[in-house]
Design a protein around this ligand. Structure first.
Ligand SMILES: C[S@@+](CC[C@H](N)C(=O)[O-])C[C@H]1O[C@@H](n2cnc3c(N)ncnc32)[C@H](O)[C@@H]1O
Length: 258
C-alpha cells in the first residue's frame, strides 16, 4: 500500500527514492497547483525566494546559455534562470504534473525562450549534453529513484556544466531543529486550512525520510558527477548540492563565449 490514511501518497522513502509511484505524486500536485505558491511562501517563512536565487547563481549560467529546470512546478526557478540567461538564453521547465505546468505557462506567457513541458525527471524530453546547467528545487525528494534523477541531469548537461539540487534537509543545528519542529507542526495545519491536509502531510513525511546530505552527495557521484559539494542555508533547513559533469567528447551547446 503506497497511500496513507489521508489519501495522499505515503511520501516515505527508501535509500533509493520516494516509495510513492510518480502517478500518485503527479495527481497530488495537480490538486494543489493553484494554492502551491502562496503556501510555499508561508511554509518557508518567506525564505524561498532567497534559496531560489542562490540555487540559480550556483548554476553560473551566462547570457546566451541554456538551462533545464526539472520538477519546475509553477516555474519560478525556470523564470529566474531565464532572466539570468538574457539576452538570448533559453530555459526549459519540465514537470510531471500537468496542473503545475499549466500554472507556469499562464504565469510566464510571452517570454521568448522560456518553455514549459510535461515530462518525467527520470526520462527527460531532451537530447544528451543539450544544456549548460540543470536545476531541481524541492523536487528530488519526490522521485522514486534519486540516482536515476541525477543521472538524467548529468546526461542532458554538457561536460563542464553544472547540476544544482535545492532540497529541504535533515536538521543538524539547534536552530534547524527548532525550525523543523515549527515546520512539522505548522505545515499540516496550514494545509488543512487550505483544504489540502493530505498533500501537506505528505510534504512532512517526505522531508522526514529524505537522505542526509552526505548520502545525497554519494548518490550524485554514483550518477557520474564530479566536484560534488553542498552547503546549508537558513541554519541548515535547506541544502544546496552542486556537481559538475566531467569532461567528455560532447561539445558546448551555447554560443562561444568571449
Ligand atoms: C515541491 S514541488 C517543487 C516545485 C518547484 N521546483 C519549486 O521550487 O517551487 C515538487 C514538484 O516535483 C514534481 N514532480 C514530482 N515527481 C516528478 C517526476 N517524476 N518528474 C518530474 N516532476 C516531478 C511535482 O509535480 C511538483 O511540481
Amino acid at each position: 500500500m503506497t497511500k496513507s490514511r489521508d489519501g495522499a501518497p505515503s511520501g516515505l522513502a527508501t535509500e533509493r527514492g520516494n516509495a510513492a509511484p510518480s502517478s500518485e505524486v503527479s495527481s497530488m500536485f495537480d490538486g494543489i497547483s493553484r494554492v502551491y505558491d502562496p503556501m510555499n511562501l508561508v511554509i518557508s517563512a518567506f525564505q524561498e525566494p532567497r534559496w531560489r536565487r542562490r540555487a540559480v547563481a550556483l548554476t553560473r549560467l551566462r547570457p546566451g546559455g541554456r538551462a533545464i529546470d526539472i520538477a519546475t512546478g509553477t516555474g519560478k526557478v525556470a523564470a529566474d534562470l531565464h532572466r539570468r540567461a538574457q539576452p538570448g538564453g533559453e530555459v526549459l521547465g519540465v514537470d510531471i504534473s500537468p496542473g503545475m505546468i499549466s500554472v507556469a505557462e499562464h504565469r510566464f506567457v510571452g517570454r521568448p525562450g522560456l518553455t514549459f513541458v510535461v515530462g518525467d525527471a527520470l526520462a527527460l524530453p531532451a537530447p544528451d549534453a543539450s544544456f549548460d546547467a540543470a536545476t531541481i528545487a524541492f523536487g528530488m525528494r519526490n522521485l522514486p529513484d534519486y540516482r536515476g534523477g541525477f543521472a538524467e541531469m548529468r546526461r542532458v548537461v554538457r561536460p563542464g556544466g553544472r547540476v544544482v539540487c535545492l532540497e529541504i534537509a535533515r536538521p543538524r543545528s539547534r536552530l534547524a531543529r527548532i525550525l523543523r519542529a515549527w515546520f512539522d507542526g505548522i505545515v499540516p495545519v496550514i494545509g488543512r486550512i487550505a483544504g489540502q491536509g493530505g498533500a501537506y502531510a505528505y510534504l512532512v513525511r517526505s522531508v522526514r525520510s529524505y537522505p542526509a546530505p552526505e548520502t545525497i552527495a554519494g548518490i550524485m557521484r554514483e550518477a557520474g558527477l564530479v566536484g560534488v559539494t553542498w552547503t546549508g542555508m537558513s541554519g541548515g533547513i535547506v541544502t544546496l548540492h552542486v556537481g559538475t559533469v566531467p569532461p567528455g567528447p560532447a561539445e558546448s551547446v551555447s554560443a562561444p563565449r568571449p
